[in-house]
Unconditional design. Structure first.
Length: 528
């Protein structure tokens, strides 16, 4: 009897007990066409995510994850990095901080404070950005022009030694706060009043922290030194300091310089491959630019001293006549008054979307006098149709050109902004890649992901790679497109099916979740 009891007990406790195995991954993306950001053609792989990181890539069983995303027929790519964004003020707003227009483009990261403008106090800006949460990540530039304005105002002169010392100290403070580099706006006052040697001194400070120099060059047309010399200035600054130089929104602006993209490309290639300099550029995929009416048409000398000094000058008949001569020259550079359209007129919203030519006719004034009439009332923003498709495409195919928006971020319905605010990245994919086939899709994605991550020193971003942060866009090649137009710009892009920011869905099955998983990104991953 005892023997039978022992056999019973052994058999009873030998029966395996079914145990519940917890899935090891939070999210698994299956069946998608993976464009990993390197520029390699797509491959079909599964991507497993745990927390905020990519945990594994390969053939992975669906029961190993809590949530499975079926990406069949879709492309899976790293989140896009917008290297030139004016979105900081919008992202600081409680109503806009979820970043829907950016997410709808597949953007996961924006680099702010471009063109030498923006916050000088970066920790204070970081606090504002984080107050309501962030729908996307933000990396910061330290803005040269804003620093110069803070220390020297709008004076058209070289800084004193004391002023220069103070400006360089502010630049160093920004780099210590985690900035990825410095932006300059050498086309705009007051930065246009600075000489190359001043920028070189700034660049030496930035280079000590391994930051980059991103520049709205001194001239994209024939305003002053000319396009070729303006690009050469960025090369010269890099040669003197070793800093990485980036030509912002590279273009040949206006009929006088159409076709000069060929010489610009030749000179940058010479700097890169013969001189060994790190020179890059970014570009938005539109034939029109956007800026202020004053920046576009008023001679720089007339802007010195700020708005009050400008108003005094146009009140003097002789000086006004000289300014009108300059306006007419600048109108010719931009192809005429019919190519300039108001995008934001704070003192008269009825003028938004209307060309300068039509405004001139309605006022019974010539375009130059109409320009002064508008500027006497305020500071309109404009869209200017001034680029040639051949130049756009020649720049676009260069391996050192990144995709960017140069877009702002305003409330829906505010003004008639440039459609790049809403559509830059999908437009590059739809129009220039899938339709015109200017570049292949893998190269296009590289220009939006791994290239900017490498140039701006953003670690663990820009690639679909095990251990990297899970910023991932899943888009439909059949439906991805920009819907914003120049006449009706407040339209979200379509085609992004899923958007993950740090592993958290910000877009789920084409619907916004309201998640705010973005963070401040620092140079090399941390502030000093």
């Amino acid at each position: 009897m005892l023997r039978f009891l022992l056999i019973f007990l052994v058999l009873t406790f030998s029966i395996p007990v079914q145990q519940t195995v917890e899935p090891e991954f939070d999210i698994l993306i299956q069946n998608g066409r993976l464009l990993d950001g390197t520029g390699n053609p797509w491959i079909q792989r599964d991507i497993a995510i745990t927390g905020n990181r990519i945990a594994a890539i390969g053939r992975i069983e669906s029961d190993r994850a809590n949530k499975v995303i079926d990406a069949k027929g879709l492309y899976v790519a790293p989140g896009f990095i917008d290297t030139h964004s004016h979105a900081a003020s919008g992202l600081s707003d409680s109503e806009l901080s979820s970043a829907r227009p950016l997410l709808a483009q597949g953007i996961s990261t924006v680099i702010v404070n471009p063109d030498g403008n923006g916050a000088v106090d970066l920790p204070a800006q970081q606090k504002r950005l984080l107050e309501h949460g962030l729908g996307v990540h933000v990396a910061q530039m330290i803005p040269h022009g804003a620093i110069r304005n803070q220390v020297m105002g709008m004076d058209d002169r070289a800084p004193t030694q004391e002023e220069l010392k103070k400006m360089l100290s502010l630049a160093a403070d920004g780099m210590k706060a985690g900035a990825v580099g410095m932006s300059t706006g050498l086309f705009y006052a007051p930065a246009s009043f600075s000489q190359t040697d001043e920028i070189i001194e700034f660049a030496r400070v930035i280079q000590k922290y391994d930051g980059v120099h991103q520049s709205h060059i001194r001239d994209e047309s024939s305003y002053s030194v000319g396009l070729i010399a303006a690009v050469q200035e960025i090369i010269e600054i890099s040669e003197a300091t070793g800093i990485t130089g980036i030509v912002s929104h590279i273009k040949a602006l206006g009929p006088e310089v159409w076709g000069k993209s060929e010489e610009v490309v030749k000179n940058i290639n010479h700097a890169r491959y013969i001189k060994g300099l790190e020179i890059f550029a970014d570009q938005y995929p539109y034939e029109a630019s956007a800026t202020g009416l004053m920046a576009a048409l008023i001679p720089r000398w007339a802007a010195a001293g700020g708005r009050s000094a400008f108003l005094e000058r146009i009140a003097d008949n002789e000086t006004r006549s000289e300014i009108i001569t300059g306006i007419n020259e600048n109108l010719e550079r931009r192809g005429g008054a019919d190519r300039i359209v108001m995008r934001h007129v704070p003192f008269n919203h009825d003028l938004e979307g209307v060309s300068l030519q039509l405004i001139s006719e309605s006022l019974d004034l010539n375009p130059a006098e109409a320009t002064l009439s508008l500027l006497e009332q305020g500071t309109p923003g404009i869209v200017s149709f001034n680029m040639h498709e051949q130049d756009i495409e020649r720049f676009m195919v260069q391996p050192w050109v990144m995709t960017a928006s140069d877009g702002g971020f305003v409330a829906k319905g505010e003004g008639v902004p440039h459609p790049r605010n809403y559509g830059s990245f999908p437009r590059r994919i739809r129009v220039y890649t899938l339709e015109r086939q200017v570049t292949d899709l893998a190269s296009t994605i590289r220009s939006m992901t791994s290239l900017p991550a490498a140039v701006y020193r953003l670690p663990e971003r820009g690639l679909i790679k095990a251990g990297y942060m899970a910023d991932i866009v899943i888009f439909d090649p059949e439906t991805i497109r920009d819907n914003a137009t120049f006449t009706d710009p407040h339209q979200l892009s379509s085609g992004v099916v899923w958007m993950l920011i740090n592993g958290e869905p910000a877009i789920r099955n084409r619907e916004f979740t309201g998640a705010r998983a973005g963070e401040i990104l620092y140079r090399h991953g941390s502030s000093d």
